[in-house]
Design a protein around this ligand. Structure first.
Ligand code: OXD
Ligand code: MN
Length: 636
């Protein structure tokens, strides 16, 4: 790709309605900054599209893209709501493809750690520039033949904030255009931030089906699963994605930019790009605290970010549900966080008026639903909405099959990774400062996963280094967000395993190093587990709105209240210090530390981290493992 150059003078003399032979259908190419023009000209030459559309983020543009998708049969209106649409993908294109997602650097170990021989590295996949060149040359030349080349200028984070970053995505999918308009800040205003040659993240996406095609297109959803490839060039801040139109594979602002590329930028610039929600909790005394929390995909980040407190006196407000960019303020030492996204791309199944009423209320207008079921009266439907939908309602499943609700319990309406995509500003509890360009000050950082066995409801780290260790040993049951099958406990350190953009050993060291700056006000770090089950596989903790009780305890700890006591694995709530009023929970079972479990766990953790990271595993983490080994040996 690097080889294709168009002399700058040639670019400059194009007429306003054509670039070479390619008509410009919408937008004014000549108004774009010259370094953007040069790159676009190269990409047009590579992809040979039918025409060009430079997006401006206007309502009119949204209407044009929607109309086109409806005419193509890719979207259909959900008549029950205002400006909502349902989309069904090719069933082969339903989730992120971790096995086809690569980091490209000259030096392999800039991207991935020195894993021990025989350990299959799962903390990023690396390919050399030469190797990937072949794959790119096999896919991208002519990939947009017969299609429109959309240019999407966008900001990740509030427009103009010094914490935000700019990206431009080229895509041949109008569905991606519509979704990026929800998930990021798309506007022609972006060009003014690039006027002086400022850098931006270059994203190129193609569904990988040039026209005319002999391939059969399923559900009017063009994709090329055999050739799907998502590649990142962290050094030059570029992303190229081919063959998939779905979610994180195609909305390149999200996982590719805001986590993998931004992670690397954050490493270079001294900040953090994390797979975290951001929320605020205000207690009955009116004291507000901001919390960032990392959980692996499909483990309830969206539900926690929009929690409806089950006990009175608390107000929760949402800032973001998936990604946090955080930077220690040089003057005040506060850790200030922004949500780089503008929308929610949430897992639909399981979301209902009990588990997350705010998410349901957010997506009743201007939203896109992918791979969900549809009710006969034009509403969305997915597993979890049974109690809110009258029995006998006719459902059209995402597979096209029709059935009556309640008649056959084996029928499934939606793919388990079906998603809603809705504007964050519509969330009834969105924080009025969610777009504050200065970010919001974080008082506590939480890590968590689905741990059916052994792991207590909440653990507080002894200190920052121990907190980094808690994050490094994060594990969770696998979910449908990626291509993994079956339920098994997988390591997902920092909830970043699929999203890390550089050597994970360096990533952990980067976290550890924040302690070295004396001015940094390090938030306390916690580990939570809402998912522990008893011997009958019944959840020991009610979760959802009752999680406020744990957040309340966390906030009290952030205020240094004396409500914690040491254990072998960290600080635990003193008995009686967590508000359990009105609940019937077995506290002892919920908090138990079974010796056999923890002795096995720490051995397995060491083996895994050592296998994955080899000599890149920071010494401070090895020491933490050794200390935990000694402590758990003392358990009775
Ligand atoms: C997501 C994911 O889509 O983590 O947010 O998979
Ligand atoms: Mn996510």
């Amino acid at each position: 790709m690097e080889d294709i150059t168009v002399p700058f003078s040639e670019v400059h003399h194009v007429t306003i309605d054509k670039l070479g032979d390619v008509p410009i259908k919408r937008g004014n190419f000549q108004l774009l900054p010259s370094h953007v023009q040069t790159w676009l000209a190269q990409m047009i030459q590579l992809c040979t599209p039918r025409d060009i559309h430079i997006c401006d983020g206007s309502d009119e543009e949204g209407e044009i893209a929607t109309k086109l998708l409806v005419e193509n049969g890719q979207l259909s209106p959900l008549k029950k709501y205002q400006n909502c649409y349902i989309c069904l993908t090719d069933p082969r294109d339903v989730a992120r493809v971790e096995s086809k997602t690569f980091l490209i650097t000259k030096d392999k170990f800039q991207s991935v750690p020195h894993s021990r021989e025989g350990a299959n590295c799962v903390l990023g996949l690396w390919k050399s520039p030469d190797e990937i060149k072949k794959d790119i040359d096999d896919r991208f030349p002519g990939c947009m033949r017969g299609r429109t080349f959309y240019v999407i200028p966008y900001s990740m984070g509030p427009m103009g904030s010094s914490l935000s970053k700019i990206g431009v995505e080229i895509t041949d999918s109008a569905y991606v255009v519509l979704s990026m308009r929800v998930m990021t800040h798309v506007s022609s205003e972006i060009w003014k931030y690039l006027r002086n040659g400022e850098e931006f993240v270059r994203c190129l996406h193609s569904v990988g089906v040039p026209l005319p095609t002999t391939q059969s297109i399923v559900n009017n959803w063009p994709c090329n699963p055999e050739k799907t490839l998502v590649v990142h060039f962290p050094d030059s801040r570029k992303v190229m994605s081919f063959g998939s139109g779905y979610g994180g594979n195609s909305l390149l602002g999200k996982k590719c930019f805001a986590l993998r590329i931004a992670g690397r930028i954050a490493y270079d610039e001294g900040w953090l790009a994390e797979h975290m929600l951001i929320m605020s909790v205000t207690n009955s005394q009116g004291e507000e605290k901001f919390i960032a929390a990392a959980f692996p995909s499909a483990c309830g980040k969206t539900n926690l970010a929009m929690l409806t407190p089950a006990i009175p006196g608390y107000t929760v407000r949402c800032i973001g549900d998936d990604i946090a960019w955080m930077r220690f303020d040089k003057e005040t030492g506060e850790l200030r966080a922004i949500n780089p996204e503008a929308g929610f791309f949430g897992v639909a199944p399981g979301t209902n008026m009990k588990t997350n009423p705010n998410a349901i209320l957010t997506c009743l207008q201007n939203s896109i639903f992918t791979n969900v079921g549809e009710t006969a009266d034009g509403g969305f439907y997915w597993e979890g909405l049974e109690e809110e939908t009258p029995a006998g309602t006719e459902i059209t499943a995402w597979t096209g099959e029709k059935y009556k609700l309640g008649e056959d319990k084996t029928k499934k309406s939606s793919h388990p990774n079906a998603r809603f995509c809705c504007p964050a500003r519509q969330c009834p509890i969105i924080h009025d400062k969610w777009q504050d360009p200065a970010g919001l000050p974080i008082s506590a950082i939480i890590f968590g996963g689905r741990r059916p066995e052994g792991v207590p409801l909440v653990i507080e780290a002894f200190n920052w280094t121990h907190g980094v260790f808690l994050a490094a040993q994060l594990k969770s049951e696998s979910t449908a967000a990626a291509e993994h099958t079956g339920k098994r406990i997988m390591h997902d350190p920092f909830a970043m395993r699929p999203f890390v953009g550089y050597n994970f050993g360096k990533y952990i060291q980067h976290w550890l190093d924040f302690e070295k700056t004396p001015n940094n006000k390090l938030p306390k770090i916690f580990h939570v587990n809402w998912f522990r089950v008893d011997e009958n596989k019944k959840f020991l903790w009610p979760g959802y709105g009752d999680n406020i009780r744990v957040l309340d305890w966390i906030i009290r700890r952030a205020n240094n209240e004396d409500v914690a006591e040491p254990s072998a694995v960290g600080l635990l709530p003193k008995k009686g210090s967590l508000n359990l009023q009105g609940l019937n929970v077995d506290w002892d079972k919920l908090m138990a530390l079974p010796k056999a479990y923890w002795v096995g766990d720490i051995d397995e953790t060491l083996q895994w981290l050592d296998g994955q990271l080899g000599d890149d595993l920071p010494q401070a983490i090895r020491e933490q493992i050794q200390k935990q080994k000694e402590r758990v040996a003392q358990l009775s």
